[in-house]
Ligand binder design. Structure first.
Ligand SMILES: NC(=O)c1ccc[n+]([C@@H]2O[C@H](COP(=O)([O-])OP(=O)(O)OC[C@H]3O[C@@H](n4cnc5c(N)ncnc54)[C@H](OP(=O)(O)O)[C@@H]3O)[C@@H](O)[C@H]2O)c1
Length: 303
Protein backbone atom coordinates (compact mmCIF):
# COMPACT_ATOMS: atom_id res chain seq x y z
CA UNK A 1 0.00 0.00 0.00
CA UNK A 2 1.45 3.35 -1.01
CA UNK A 3 -0.97 5.65 0.72
CA UNK A 4 -2.99 4.26 3.63
CA UNK A 5 -4.28 7.65 4.70
CA UNK A 6 -5.91 8.27 1.35
CA UNK A 7 -7.27 4.73 0.93
CA UNK A 8 -8.29 4.15 4.54
CA UNK A 9 -12.00 4.18 3.71
CA UNK A 10 -11.66 0.87 1.86
CA UNK A 11 -9.28 -0.97 4.19
CA UNK A 12 -10.80 -3.13 6.92
CA UNK A 13 -9.50 -4.58 10.18
CA UNK A 14 -8.73 -7.91 8.53
CA UNK A 15 -5.93 -6.36 6.45
CA UNK A 16 -3.29 -7.56 8.92
CA UNK A 17 -4.84 -11.04 9.21
CA UNK A 18 -6.39 -12.84 12.17
CA UNK A 19 -5.36 -14.56 15.41
CA UNK A 20 -7.16 -16.96 17.74
CA UNK A 21 -7.73 -15.99 21.36
CA UNK A 22 -8.48 -19.50 22.55
CA UNK A 23 -11.37 -20.53 20.29
CA UNK A 24 -12.24 -16.93 19.35
CA UNK A 25 -10.89 -15.62 16.04
CA UNK A 26 -10.18 -11.89 15.93
CA UNK A 27 -8.80 -9.50 13.36
CA UNK A 28 -5.35 -8.33 14.38
CA UNK A 29 -6.42 -4.68 14.36
CA UNK A 30 -8.73 -4.09 17.30
CA UNK A 31 -9.82 -1.07 19.30
CA UNK A 32 -9.06 0.24 22.80
CA UNK A 33 -11.96 1.97 24.56
CA UNK A 34 -10.00 3.83 27.24
CA UNK A 35 -10.12 7.10 25.29
CA UNK A 36 -13.89 7.13 24.71
CA UNK A 37 -15.21 8.57 28.02
CA UNK A 38 -12.99 11.69 27.97
CA UNK A 39 -13.01 14.59 25.60
CA UNK A 40 -9.73 13.92 23.78
CA UNK A 41 -7.87 14.51 27.01
CA UNK A 42 -5.62 12.31 29.10
CA UNK A 43 -7.18 9.22 30.66
CA UNK A 44 -8.34 10.08 34.17
CA UNK A 45 -9.55 13.59 33.31
CA UNK A 46 -13.20 14.23 33.94
CA UNK A 47 -14.41 16.23 30.95
CA UNK A 48 -16.99 13.96 29.33
CA UNK A 49 -16.73 13.07 25.67
CA UNK A 50 -19.40 13.83 23.10
CA UNK A 51 -21.71 10.84 23.50
CA UNK A 52 -22.91 10.69 19.89
CA UNK A 53 -19.36 10.88 18.58
CA UNK A 54 -18.13 8.11 20.91
CA UNK A 55 -21.02 5.86 19.87
CA UNK A 56 -20.40 6.62 16.20
CA UNK A 57 -16.71 5.69 16.58
CA UNK A 58 -17.64 2.33 18.11
CA UNK A 59 -20.18 1.55 15.40
CA UNK A 60 -17.77 2.61 12.66
CA UNK A 61 -15.04 0.41 14.17
CA UNK A 62 -17.29 -2.63 13.91
CA UNK A 63 -18.39 -1.65 10.38
CA UNK A 64 -14.71 -1.55 9.43
CA UNK A 65 -14.25 -5.08 10.73
CA UNK A 66 -13.02 -4.55 14.28
CA UNK A 67 -14.08 -7.58 16.34
CA UNK A 68 -11.72 -7.20 19.31
CA UNK A 69 -12.46 -4.37 21.74
CA UNK A 70 -10.50 -3.74 24.92
CA UNK A 71 -12.31 -2.10 27.82
CA UNK A 72 -12.55 -1.93 31.63
CA UNK A 73 -15.18 -0.96 34.19
CA UNK A 74 -12.70 1.64 35.48
CA UNK A 75 -12.69 3.48 32.14
CA UNK A 76 -15.08 6.29 32.98
CA UNK A 77 -15.23 10.07 33.29
CA UNK A 78 -17.80 12.06 35.27
CA UNK A 79 -20.64 11.30 32.81
CA UNK A 80 -19.44 8.57 30.45
CA UNK A 81 -18.50 4.94 30.93
CA UNK A 82 -16.65 2.96 28.26
CA UNK A 83 -18.66 -0.18 29.04
CA UNK A 84 -21.98 1.66 28.89
CA UNK A 85 -21.01 3.27 25.56
CA UNK A 86 -20.03 -0.15 24.14
CA UNK A 87 -23.34 -1.64 25.31
CA UNK A 88 -25.42 1.24 23.92
CA UNK A 89 -23.56 1.35 20.61
CA UNK A 90 -23.20 -2.34 19.85
CA UNK A 91 -25.77 -4.50 21.69
CA UNK A 92 -27.17 -6.84 20.57
CA UNK A 93 -23.56 -7.73 19.95
CA UNK A 94 -22.35 -9.26 16.66
CA UNK A 95 -21.60 -12.98 17.14
CA UNK A 96 -17.93 -12.55 16.29
CA UNK A 97 -17.26 -9.59 18.61
CA UNK A 98 -14.72 -10.34 21.35
CA UNK A 99 -14.76 -7.92 24.27
CA UNK A 100 -11.74 -8.08 26.57
CA UNK A 101 -11.80 -6.41 29.96
CA UNK A 102 -9.48 -6.05 32.93
CA UNK A 103 -9.82 -6.53 36.66
CA UNK A 104 -7.82 -6.07 39.89
CA UNK A 105 -7.80 -2.27 39.77
CA UNK A 106 -11.14 -0.68 40.52
CA UNK A 107 -12.52 2.83 40.92
CA UNK A 108 -15.22 3.86 43.36
CA UNK A 109 -18.12 6.03 42.09
CA UNK A 110 -16.05 9.18 42.64
CA UNK A 111 -13.23 7.74 40.56
CA UNK A 112 -10.84 6.93 43.40
CA UNK A 113 -8.68 3.87 42.72
CA UNK A 114 -8.70 0.70 44.81
CA UNK A 115 -7.28 -2.79 44.30
CA UNK A 116 -9.30 -5.96 44.73
CA UNK A 117 -8.44 -8.77 47.11
CA UNK A 118 -8.77 -12.17 45.38
CA UNK A 119 -12.27 -12.63 46.82
CA UNK A 120 -13.36 -9.26 45.38
CA UNK A 121 -12.53 -10.16 41.77
CA UNK A 122 -15.93 -11.82 41.34
CA UNK A 123 -17.62 -8.49 42.07
CA UNK A 124 -15.40 -6.76 39.49
CA UNK A 125 -16.26 -9.41 36.89
CA UNK A 126 -19.97 -9.06 37.67
CA UNK A 127 -19.69 -5.26 37.40
CA UNK A 128 -18.38 -5.71 33.84
CA UNK A 129 -21.13 -8.21 33.03
CA UNK A 130 -23.84 -5.80 34.21
CA UNK A 131 -22.41 -2.81 32.37
CA UNK A 132 -21.81 -4.71 29.13
CA UNK A 133 -25.12 -6.58 29.37
CA UNK A 134 -23.58 -10.01 28.93
CA UNK A 135 -23.85 -13.38 30.66
CA UNK A 136 -20.17 -14.15 30.35
CA UNK A 137 -17.01 -12.22 29.48
CA UNK A 138 -14.97 -13.33 26.46
CA UNK A 139 -11.55 -12.39 27.83
CA UNK A 140 -10.58 -11.07 31.26
CA UNK A 141 -7.06 -9.83 31.89
CA UNK A 142 -5.65 -9.81 35.38
CA UNK A 143 -4.09 -6.33 35.38
CA UNK A 144 -1.14 -6.72 37.73
CA UNK A 145 -0.87 -4.20 40.54
CA UNK A 146 2.38 -2.18 40.25
CA UNK A 147 3.43 -3.16 43.77
CA UNK A 148 3.30 -6.82 42.62
CA UNK A 149 5.83 -6.33 39.82
CA UNK A 150 8.24 -9.23 40.11
CA UNK A 151 6.09 -10.91 42.77
CA UNK A 152 3.55 -13.73 42.80
CA UNK A 153 0.13 -13.21 41.22
CA UNK A 154 -0.97 -16.77 41.98
CA UNK A 155 -3.73 -15.98 44.49
CA UNK A 156 -5.45 -13.47 42.23
CA UNK A 157 -5.02 -15.52 39.07
CA UNK A 158 -6.36 -18.64 40.79
CA UNK A 159 -9.44 -16.66 41.84
CA UNK A 160 -10.03 -15.67 38.20
CA UNK A 161 -9.45 -19.26 37.09
CA UNK A 162 -12.26 -20.28 39.47
CA UNK A 163 -14.58 -17.74 37.81
CA UNK A 164 -13.62 -19.22 34.44
CA UNK A 165 -14.52 -22.67 35.74
CA UNK A 166 -17.84 -21.23 36.96
CA UNK A 167 -18.61 -20.06 33.39
CA UNK A 168 -18.41 -16.31 33.99
CA UNK A 169 -15.27 -15.96 31.85
CA UNK A 170 -14.33 -17.73 28.64
CA UNK A 171 -10.60 -16.97 28.45
CA UNK A 172 -7.97 -15.45 30.72
CA UNK A 173 -5.11 -13.06 30.09
CA UNK A 174 -2.64 -11.08 32.15
CA UNK A 175 -1.57 -7.47 31.84
CA UNK A 176 1.47 -5.46 32.94
CA UNK A 177 3.07 -8.81 33.61
CA UNK A 178 6.54 -10.35 33.45
CA UNK A 179 7.69 -13.64 31.88
CA UNK A 180 7.88 -15.17 35.36
CA UNK A 181 4.29 -14.15 36.11
CA UNK A 182 3.17 -15.57 32.76
CA UNK A 183 4.80 -18.90 33.63
CA UNK A 184 3.19 -18.83 37.09
CA UNK A 185 -0.26 -18.05 35.65
CA UNK A 186 0.04 -20.83 33.04
CA UNK A 187 0.66 -23.36 35.81
CA UNK A 188 -2.80 -22.41 37.15
CA UNK A 189 -4.91 -22.05 33.98
CA UNK A 190 -4.51 -21.41 30.22
CA UNK A 191 -3.51 -17.84 29.26
CA UNK A 192 -4.60 -16.57 25.83
CA UNK A 193 -3.03 -13.09 25.90
CA UNK A 194 -0.55 -10.78 27.54
CA UNK A 195 -1.42 -7.08 27.41
CA UNK A 196 1.60 -4.89 28.13
CA UNK A 197 2.95 -1.48 27.13
CA UNK A 198 5.02 -1.88 23.98
CA UNK A 199 6.05 0.12 20.94
CA UNK A 200 9.04 1.63 19.16
CA UNK A 201 11.75 2.13 21.79
CA UNK A 202 10.62 -0.80 23.92
CA UNK A 203 13.14 -2.33 26.35
CA UNK A 204 14.93 -5.62 25.61
CA UNK A 205 12.87 -7.40 28.29
CA UNK A 206 9.66 -6.24 26.58
CA UNK A 207 10.90 -7.69 23.27
CA UNK A 208 11.81 -10.93 25.07
CA UNK A 209 8.32 -11.24 26.54
CA UNK A 210 6.74 -10.55 23.13
CA UNK A 211 8.88 -13.30 21.58
CA UNK A 212 8.12 -15.71 24.43
CA UNK A 213 4.39 -15.20 23.88
CA UNK A 214 4.80 -16.04 20.19
CA UNK A 215 6.73 -19.21 21.04
CA UNK A 216 3.94 -20.29 23.39
CA UNK A 217 1.08 -19.45 20.99
CA UNK A 218 -0.14 -16.61 23.21
CA UNK A 219 -1.32 -13.27 21.82
CA UNK A 220 0.75 -10.23 22.73
CA UNK A 221 -1.50 -7.16 22.89
CA UNK A 222 0.53 -3.94 23.13
CA UNK A 223 -0.89 -0.73 24.51
CA UNK A 224 0.66 2.75 24.16
CA UNK A 225 1.93 1.62 20.72
CA UNK A 226 1.08 5.11 19.39
CA UNK A 227 1.17 7.13 22.61
CA UNK A 228 4.63 5.78 23.53
CA UNK A 229 6.20 7.82 26.32
CA UNK A 230 3.11 10.05 26.38
CA UNK A 231 1.31 7.08 27.99
CA UNK A 232 -2.11 8.11 29.46
CA UNK A 233 -1.58 11.72 28.30
CA UNK A 234 -1.63 10.53 24.67
CA UNK A 235 0.41 10.91 21.51
CA UNK A 236 2.90 13.73 21.02
CA UNK A 237 2.30 16.29 18.25
CA UNK A 238 5.90 15.89 17.06
CA UNK A 239 7.74 12.71 16.13
CA UNK A 240 11.16 11.26 15.51
CA UNK A 241 12.81 12.09 12.14
CA UNK A 242 13.23 8.44 11.13
CA UNK A 243 9.57 7.72 11.81
CA UNK A 244 8.57 10.85 9.89
CA UNK A 245 10.69 9.96 6.85
CA UNK A 246 9.44 6.35 6.76
CA UNK A 247 5.87 7.61 7.08
CA UNK A 248 6.49 10.08 4.24
CA UNK A 249 7.90 7.31 2.00
CA UNK A 250 4.65 5.35 2.38
CA UNK A 251 2.25 8.29 2.28
CA UNK A 252 1.37 7.24 5.83
CA UNK A 253 1.27 8.98 9.20
CA UNK A 254 3.72 8.45 12.09
CA UNK A 255 0.93 6.79 14.11
CA UNK A 256 0.39 4.30 11.28
CA UNK A 257 4.12 3.53 11.12
CA UNK A 258 4.16 2.91 14.89
CA UNK A 259 1.23 0.50 14.58
CA UNK A 260 2.67 -1.28 11.54
CA UNK A 261 5.98 -1.76 13.35
CA UNK A 262 4.26 -3.45 16.30
CA UNK A 263 2.15 -5.68 14.04
CA UNK A 264 5.25 -6.77 12.12
CA UNK A 265 6.87 -8.09 15.34
CA UNK A 266 4.88 -11.30 14.83
CA UNK A 267 1.55 -12.79 13.76
CA UNK A 268 0.53 -13.09 17.43
CA UNK A 269 0.67 -9.30 18.00
CA UNK A 270 -2.79 -7.71 18.21
CA UNK A 271 -3.17 -3.93 18.06
CA UNK A 272 -5.75 -2.10 20.23
CA UNK A 273 -5.17 1.58 19.34
CA UNK A 274 -7.33 3.96 21.32
CA UNK A 275 -9.05 7.00 19.89
CA UNK A 276 -12.24 8.99 20.08
CA UNK A 277 -11.53 10.54 16.68
CA UNK A 278 -13.26 8.93 13.66
CA UNK A 279 -10.47 9.93 11.25
CA UNK A 280 -7.83 8.41 13.53
CA UNK A 281 -9.94 5.25 13.79
CA UNK A 282 -9.98 4.83 10.00
CA UNK A 283 -6.25 5.58 9.79
CA UNK A 284 -5.45 3.03 12.51
CA UNK A 285 -7.39 0.32 10.73
CA UNK A 286 -5.69 1.21 7.46
CA UNK A 287 -2.32 0.75 9.19
CA UNK A 288 -3.02 -2.98 9.06
CA UNK A 289 -2.27 -2.85 5.33
CA UNK A 290 1.01 -0.97 5.71
CA UNK A 291 4.06 -3.21 5.20
CA UNK A 292 7.43 -1.85 6.28
CA UNK A 293 10.58 -3.10 4.56
CA UNK A 294 13.26 -5.04 6.47
CA UNK A 295 15.49 -1.99 6.25
CA UNK A 296 12.77 0.25 7.70
CA UNK A 297 12.10 -2.24 10.50
CA UNK A 298 15.83 -2.26 11.35
CA UNK A 299 15.98 1.54 11.40
CA UNK A 300 12.99 1.67 13.73
CA UNK A 301 14.39 -1.12 15.91
CA UNK A 302 17.35 1.06 16.84
CA UNK A 303 15.30 4.04 18.07
N1 LIG B 1 -3.72 -2.93 30.49
C1 LIG B 1 -3.43 -1.69 30.76
O1 LIG B 1 -2.88 -1.39 31.84
C2 LIG B 1 -3.72 -0.61 29.77
C3 LIG B 1 -3.18 0.68 29.95
C4 LIG B 1 -3.45 1.64 29.01
C5 LIG B 1 -4.25 1.36 27.92
N2 LIG B 1 -4.78 0.10 27.76
C6 LIG B 1 -5.63 -0.20 26.60
O2 LIG B 1 -4.88 0.00 25.43
C7 LIG B 1 -5.58 0.88 24.54
C8 LIG B 1 -4.54 1.68 23.76
O3 LIG B 1 -3.86 2.55 24.66
P1 LIG B 1 -3.95 4.14 24.49
O4 LIG B 1 -5.27 4.52 23.93
O5 LIG B 1 -3.54 4.77 25.76
O6 LIG B 1 -2.70 4.43 23.56
P2 LIG B 1 -2.44 4.41 22.00
O7 LIG B 1 -3.46 3.66 21.26
O8 LIG B 1 -1.02 4.07 21.86
O9 LIG B 1 -2.51 5.97 21.65
C9 LIG B 1 -3.63 6.75 21.88
C10 LIG B 1 -3.18 8.19 21.66
O10 LIG B 1 -2.80 8.36 20.32
C11 LIG B 1 -3.73 9.23 19.66
N3 LIG B 1 -4.04 8.59 18.38
C12 LIG B 1 -4.71 7.43 18.15
N4 LIG B 1 -4.77 7.16 16.83
C13 LIG B 1 -4.09 8.17 16.22
C14 LIG B 1 -3.81 8.46 14.86
N5 LIG B 1 -4.20 7.66 13.87
N6 LIG B 1 -3.12 9.57 14.58
C15 LIG B 1 -2.69 10.40 15.56
N7 LIG B 1 -2.94 10.18 16.87
C16 LIG B 1 -3.63 9.07 17.20
C17 LIG B 1 -4.92 9.35 20.57
O11 LIG B 1 -5.52 10.60 20.47
P3 LIG B 1 -6.95 10.82 19.74
O12 LIG B 1 -8.00 10.34 20.70
O13 LIG B 1 -6.98 12.27 19.46
O14 LIG B 1 -6.93 9.99 18.49
C18 LIG B 1 -4.27 9.18 21.93
O15 LIG B 1 -3.65 10.40 22.33
C19 LIG B 1 -6.46 1.71 25.45
O16 LIG B 1 -7.53 2.31 24.76
C20 LIG B 1 -6.88 0.68 26.47
O17 LIG B 1 -7.98 -0.06 25.97
C21 LIG B 1 -4.51 -0.88 28.66
Amino acid sequence: MKNPTMTSKTITASAAGTWKLGDLTVNRIGFGAMRLPQNGEAFGTNTPSDRDRAIAVLRRAVELGVNHIDTAAFYFSSLRSANELINSALAPYPDDLVIATKVWPGRDPSGNWWWAEPGQLRGQVEENLRQLGRDHLDVVNLRVRPSRTGRSIAEHFAALADLRQAGLIRHLGISNATQEQLAEARRIAPVVCVQNPFGIGARPEDHALLRACGEQGIAFVPFFAIAGKGREAGASATDNDDILSIAHAHGATPAQVRLAWTLQRGPHVLAIPGTGNPDHLAANIAAGALRLTDDEMTRLDTL
